[in-house]
Ligand binder design. Structure first.
Ligand code: ZN
Length: 585
């Protein structure tokens, strides 16, 4: 066991936090108290005994016992470890990777990255860099852009950086922690990046903290190789090009978010400079916070393909929750931003950004392409698809405005459907005031807790859960998927393992699910939760069937319509006696 794990398992989080906060038991596995990180009159600070973590539902502070001590005492990770270890009489490891050399290490890593960048740049000018230069030329980048973005080439030798670092007498341990050097089974070291076009990645103050390397040979995998996480490079915190874009972002009061390095470089060199790239990962709340310091208006311009659209949708959820004003840029001809700038020029591109559709209109169009909104079922399906997104908007007034606008845009201007939509959009405000109301359904929360509680529960329900399509419509779908993945791989399915696999927004959901759990799960409760999920599944299938039946009817394909109608009747018969159609909240 790793020392950190060992420490965490021997320290009781309740008694550590109890030294700072008056905690009282509020459930079998849960304590509550007044949050030590913000001022409050009624407690929203919660500690989970079994999963050993804390969370404040008002200010969002959360973490494990080490983080608590770090934040409360204002000390470093190492100091917190040391302090806890001393308090609990646990000997610190001698050969300490947590030695208080954090800042020394960070300094060394920054220096190594600067050396690496110089090396890569110089290589690009040599004959070995031919293929890299050819690729750059093909993408239409000029020498100026090359220089400006510090592009380079990592040679094939696999020893260039290694030699350089040895010359500068960096110890082997630092080399390994730089992320620039890898280690073979036999212990020998090698350059991680070989024969790649190199893009330096900077932090917000402009220091190089990592690299992205694009393969130049077709057989090299992966196409893009990024630096691993290091003491200076935290993927979830970094946006590519932010240090250059932040001034223009302020000036224009808008940021353009694109997917890849080349998009950001292409658009910037064309003269549109308020652009950052997420580089393939879904946006995190840290990244959104970094953007928000400069502007609240964002235009998302991802690739027009299906994964691009899906990535856009995922990222936007978070942006809405953070009260950003979101537009979606769509470029005709299936062009990516870089190509569009080259073909039509920066003015045309800036114009597309300026006139991009508001996020909800874009979503409404997507939903409309899937359903026929001339029918009531179609309208219901579209509005139900949009509702959770509308509910993510924090400001109630804005939410109502959007609900009305979107309904108008879809041509739903009166009747029950609209009333229901408006009402549901409005209701969210009451829920949001005191955060502990969960974004999750009751059955959803129950089942998450059951899956996490222990292996017996899991064995009993996991296969049934995997078979439900409904899972993919739940806010917690990625948490369920992560549990299934852990289960499939035969790994331990514990809170920490799961937590480590999730994006921050999902970690937040998980904390909500777990902290609202009150005590032991009974078989009746879990069975009821599964039954409730099944009802939703049936309902989902009924809506799908009805939509397809009316499609067939309109197309005159009556035989197929008849067949589906029988199927629907079968479903409705078996669904009789279920009572309420939705999982209770
Ligand atoms: Zn708080």
């Amino acid at each position: 066991m790793d020392f950190v794990e060992q420490l965490k398992s021997s320290v009781d989080i309740v008694s550590v936090i109890g030294e700072y906060v008056r905690l009282r038991r509020s459930g079998a596995n849960r304590y509550m108290g007044l949050c030590p990180f913000h001022n409050e009159k009624s407690p929203s600070f919660t500690v989970h005994v079994v999963h050993q973590f804390y969370k404040c539902f008002s200010c969002g502070a959360s973490g494990d016992v080490i983080k608590f001590v770090m934040e409360k005492e204002g000390i470093s990770f190492y100091e917190a470890l040391k302090s806890l270890a001393e308090r609990y009489g646990i000997p610190m490891p001698k050969r300490s990777q947590y030695a208080d050399e954090d800042s020394k290490l960070r300094g060394a890593l920054l220096a190594m990255h600067e050396l690496a960048e110089e090396n890569f740049r110089a290589n690009l000018r040599t004959q070995a860099g031919d293929a890299a230069r050819a690729y750059i030329a093909k993408r239409g980048l000029n020498a100026e852009a090359l220089e400006h973005f510090g592009l380079g080439y990592s040679d094939r030798s696999g020893r260039a950086l290694l030699r350089l670092f040895e010359q500068h007498q960096f110890p082997v341990t630092q080399m390994e922690q730089s992320g620039l050097v890898g280690k073979r089974q036999d212990g020998s070291l090698y350059d991680r990046f070989r024969n790649r076009l190199m893009f330096p990645i900077h932090n917000e103050s402009g220091k190089i903290i990592g690299f992205g390397g694009r393969a130049l040979a077709a057989e090299d995998e992966p196409k893009y190789l990024n630096s691993p996480e290091t003491a200076i490079y935290k993927k979830s915190h970094v946006l590519y090009n932010l240090h250059r874009a932040k001034e223009p972002m302020r000036k224009e009061d808008r940021v353009i978010l694109v997917e890849g390095y080349m998009d950001a470089i292409g658009v910037t060199s064309a003269g549109v400079r308020n652009v950052v790239a997420s580089c393939g990962t879904a946006l995190t709340d840290k990244q959104v916070a970094a953007i928000k310091r400069h502007t609240q208006r964002i235009a998302v311009n991802f690739d027009p393909d299906a994964p691009g659209a899906a990535a856009a949708e995922r990222s936007v959820d978070l942006l809405l929750a953070e009260s950003m004003q979101v537009r979606i840029v769509e470029l005709d001809g299936g062009l990516d931003p870089d190509e569009y700038c080259k073909e039509h020029g920066p003015e045309a591109y800036a114009d597309r950004v300026e006139h991009a559709k508001g996020y909800f209109y874009w979503l409404a169009d997507r939903a409309r392409a899937k359903h026929d909104i001339r029918t009531t079922e179609g309208k219901v399906a579209v509005l139900e698809f949009l509702l959770p997104k509308v509910q993510r908007v924090n400001d109630p007034l804005e939410r109502m405005t959007i609900a009305n606008d979107v309904a108008g845009y879809l041509g739903v201007s009166q009747g029950m459907v609209l009333d229901r939509f408006r009402k549901a959009a409005a209701e969210r405000s009451e829920k949001a005031i005191h955060m502990p109301k969960s974004a999750l359904r009751h059955d959803e929360r129950m089942l998450l807790n059951a899956l996490l509680a222990n292996a017996d529960w899991r064995a009993e329900i996991v296969e049934q859960m995997k078979a439900l399509d409904t899972i993919d419509t739940l806010p917690s779908r990625r948490i369920f998927r992560a549990i299934f993945a852990l289960d499939d791989s035969g790994s331990r399915v514990g809170f920490d393992e799961l937590h480590a696999r999730l994006e921050e927004s999902d970690q937040h959901l998980l904390a909500q699910a777990v902290l609202r759990d009150d005590g032991e799960l009974s078989h009746e409760e879990v069975a009821a939760a599964i039954a409730s999920m099944r009802r939703t599944e049936d309902q989902l299938r009924r809506v799908q069937l009805k939509t397809r039946i009316s499609e067939f009817e309109r197309a005159g394909r009556l035989e197929e319509a008849m067949r589906l109608t029988m199927e629907l009747q079968g479903l409705e018969r078996s669904g009789l006696g279920h009572g309420s159609r939705r999982g209770s909240h």
